[in-house]
Design a protein around this ligand. Sequence first.
Ligand SMILES: Nc1ncnc2c1ncn2[C@@H]1O[C@H](COP(=O)(O)OP(=O)(O)OP(=O)(O)O)[C@@H](O)[C@H]1O
Ligand SMILES: [Mg+2]
Length: 375
Amino acid sequence: MIANPFLVGKYVSEDYFCDRIEETAFLKKQVDNGRNTAIIAPRRLGKTGLIQHFFAQSDIEKRYHTFFIDIYSTSSLSEFVYLLGKEIYKELKPLRTQWTEKFFGTIKSLRPGFKLDAATGEPVFDIGLGSIEQPQTTIDEIFTYLEAADKPCIVAIDEFQQIAHYAENNVEALLRTKIQQCKQTLFIFSGSRRHMMSQMFNSPSKPFYQSAITTDLKPLDKAVYTDFALQLFKEYEKSISVELIEKVYDEYMGVTWYIQMIMNELFALTEKGHHCGIELYPTALKNVIQTQESSYKDMLSNISAKQKPVLFAIAKEGEAVNMTSMKFLKNNNLGSSSSVQAALKGLLEKDIITRTEKGYRVYDYFFAKWLQWNY
Ligand SMILES: Nc1ncnc2c1ncn2[C@@H]1O[C@H](COP(=O)(O)OP(=O)(O)OP(=O)(O)O)[C@@H](O)[C@H]1O
Ligand SMILES: [Mg+2]
């Protein structure tokens, strides 16, 4: 048994994973029918977890080679190719089959990265980003390699909308062509920018138009999550009140990451044989936010002096509506409505805030609380 069953940021097994039965079956159905899928969901709801869970299904593991890259921090095709090459090598290295031995034979442009470890004599793949001189050639070779695999491959590309920001401007069209030519390689695209993702896959003028089945991910069901949490406490000879689990779920609108973070801390605060009651919530929240504090300070240091007061005003309100009304501007000392508009735009682009039905809120619920407490 692992120390704390409320996992954050890693997938261990289905024992610590809540539900997603229908979503997993849906992905399986698409893959079985040779279709690519695009999953669209807000940040931290569980896209990555779902893909990892899907890849861990025994029949998927048996029948496919699976690869996963998160391209959130990439900004060029070279970086994309670099990540993909590294991921494929990492997954295949332990297998040592005829096909895996051909990695550098087929993907010739990655060969400079092939080295023998001085100490162990083991092959290692040590390539710098700079050695990818012709990303288009490398991507051709990678696709040729995947298509020649001994089993079909599934490539999951997380935060896929990022390719629209790449330095080169034909990447969407280029990848679309490559992907379309694949006969035994399937793709799962996921992304959190609803508008961009939806444009990419559903707008007739875009290269990826209708090249994947798009699907939304919804929050986990409240009752199902409550049972999951109750059960995990019980397995470790602890107990927790249903009221508390439901409070946590509601507080974070069912968004998995926040809920798991709090539940992880509540679990840690509860001794074996003891009960976790609602009075522990403020302590858990304080502790969780403390662990994130340095990244919040970082985030704040990247926000301009003009954007800060706007951000603070939104945090103070929780959900800020009519932000450019005279009343709001005056109450929060915000200056002109055009400067507020500009600040909102900047904050949205950085994913610091997000739109709600009526206005705006700080995207990260914990960051919002930290701002409320400190500013
Ligand atoms: N079904 C689940 N059961 C339990 N924990 C889960 C489940 N789905 C996701 N998680 C956990 O919730 C957190 C957020 O999930 P995940 O990272 O998959 O979200 P995401 O949508 O990919 O987020 P991001 O937008 O930050 O990439 C992770 O720590 C993950 O371990
Ligand atoms: Mg993710």
